[in-house]
Design a protein around this ligand. Structure first.
Ligand code: THU
Length: 134
């Protein structure tokens, strides 16, 4: 269950991960932390840019990759930390939607250290594309 305590841990982890971002080209740091259930640790990721700009991977997708590698498969909540509380990009929304339409998305502004927006994935990406095999 996504309790206030879980939210607090998520926010702290996302803020911490943001400091590890590799963003020498944009200087825009992003940290993300996923809660996949009480039996799992939080899964974290930061954005990793590349000299070949298009190879950049966002923080959210790196956190999802860590979750899958860690043996979990459902995003119950994710916190995304940026300086200004930005919203996840379209590519990340599609990847997050794969693992939980009901996932709670917390946008955190590190300038204030606060949650500035709270959505569900269904709100962020309604009527998303789903596999025809599911
Ligand atoms: N970025 C993310 O990490 N997540 C998003 O949802 C949007 C953008 C990163 C990619 C790039 O390294 C930097 O932010 C500026 O676009």
């Amino acid at each position: 269950m996504v309790t206030p305590e879980v939210e607090r841990r998520l926010v702290d982890a996302a803020i911490e991960m943001r400091q590890r971002a590799y963003a020498p080209y944009s200087a825009y740091r992003v940290g993300a932390a996923v809660f996949a259930g009480d039996n799992y640790p939080l899964f974290v990721g930061c954005n990793v840019e590349n000299a070949s700009y298009g190879l950049t991977v966002c923080a959210e997708r790196n956190a999802v990759a860590a979750m899958i590698g860690g043996g979990a498969s459902q995003v119950l909540a994710i916190a995304v930390a940026t300086e200004d509380g930005a919203s996840p990009c379209g590519a990340c929304r599609q990847v997050l939607a794969e693992f939980g339409q009901q996932a709670i998305v917390l946008r955190v502004a590190t300038a204030s250290g606060r949650i500035v927006h709270r959505h569900t994935m269904a709100e962020l990406l309604p009527d998303c594309f789903r596999s025809h095999e599911q």
